[in-house]
Write a protein of this length. Structure first.
Length: 356
């Protein structure tokens, strides 16, 4: 008798062993069929946006007018005399591209089409001065493209007309200020307290799925001999779980990579009484998770990157969350999503102070 072409299912013990092997690599076995119910089961209990909001860190106003978020004093281990670090806001610059006519000029740090290049370069000098004390400190930027590419920077990377392509940058060279640009994506800064090595990483959802932060820590270990127990990290302002709605295609990407998916996803319902009472008035043809009526699917990119830092070996107490949601605080931050694409850019910056 010919055997059936359909293979018999594996025993439960064998499947459990396969799942355990996948879990070691931070992966999950695909289970065909019932994908929608699986995704629903992976989500946490329904929540209102205000339940998921994180508080904004304390900003300081520099002598040159720049208002920014320093990490030292707000996070454990960052009060190091050799370390420069912080996150910018939109307040205190020379740009007028993204503010009202009667408002104060702003600190757009991105070379966007809408803004004047001279104003942006002056804004960058102002931020550098606010963080390091000198506007002449070289600033190293990268051309970001939502990758997991991390480069090692040196003095030759400062002030390049065309920066190198990457989404992570690291150095042990004193006197350089490394920067990543954001306007909803998550900036992550890492410092090695023992070896005086620093890294800055740009983690949007694509970079997060590609494990930019976890790979970045691995590169610091490979290039500089950094040990996870010596590292501290700060996660800056970004689009928080209160506001970051996504569609099923993004959920699928995250499910394929992270076994702790349940801890990253929330179903969020609108608290607008008009929308709740008359949902038919707000029907759209947008993809699930992107509609204005609930429930929307929200991902916590901040938690996702915190988990990557833990998986890379950092201690939980060495990871600090600084800042708040960029969409919830338009007076303080730029948000690409909240402004429908008409937004400037902020920076997360870190560097090793020159020895005197």
């Amino acid at each position: 008798m010919r055997s059936s072409s359909r293979s018999s299912p594996l025993p439960a013990a064998a499947l459990a062993a396969i799942d355990a092997d996948f879990a070691i690599g931070g992966l999950a076995r695909s289970r065909r069929g019932g994908s929608q119910s699986r995704r629903r089961a992976a989500r946490q209990s329904p929540a209102a946006p205000e339940e998921l909001r994180r508080p904004v860190g304390s900003t300081v106003r520099a002598a040159n007018g720049v208002r920014w978020l320093p990490i030292a004093g707000q996070a454990q281990g960052w009060d190091l005399p050799w370390l420069w670090s912080g996150f910018s806001t939109r307040m205190g610059g020379r740009s007028r591209a993204y503010c009202a006519e009667d408002a104060e000029p702003e600190l757009n740090l991105g070379l966007t089409l809408e803004d004047d290049r001279a104003a942006v370069m002056e804004n960058r000098r102002l931020l550098v001065e606010a963080v390091t004390g000198s506007a002449e400190t070289p600033l190293v930027t990268v051309r970001q493209f939502h990758s997991n590419l991390v480069i090692r920077a040196g003095a030759g990377d400062a002030g390049r007309e065309r920066p190198r392509r990457a989404d992570g940058v690291m150095t042990d060279e004193p006197g350089l200020l490394l920067a990543v640009q954001v306007a909803d994506c998550i900036p992550v800064l890492v410092a090695d307290r023992r070896r005086r090595v620093v890294g800055a990483f740009h983690a949007g959802w694509r970079g997060t799925v590609r494990r930019i932060v976890e790979i970045g820590v691995g590169r610091m270990r490979l290039e500089f001999g950094s040990r996870p127990e010596d590292l501290i990290a700060a996660i800056g302002p970004g689009n928080g779980p209160c506001c970051y709605s996504v569609g099923e295609e993004v959920i699928s990407e995250f499910e394929s990579q992270f076994v702790y998916m349940r801890e990253l996803v929330h179903e969020v319902y609108s608290t607008d009484p008009v929308r709740n009472k008359y949902p038919m008035l707000f029907l759209t043809q947008r993809a699930p998770g992107h509609s204005d009526i609930g429930p929307q699917i929200h991902i916590d990119l901040i938690e996702a990157n915190r988990r990557q830092l833990l998986d890379a070996g950092l201690r939980p107490e060495a990871i600090s969350i600084v800042g708040g949601c960029t969409a919830c605080h338009p007076e303080l931050f730029y948000s690409h999503r909240a402004s429908r694409g008409h937004a400037g850019r902020m920076m997360g910056v870190i560097g090793v102070r020159k020895r005197s």
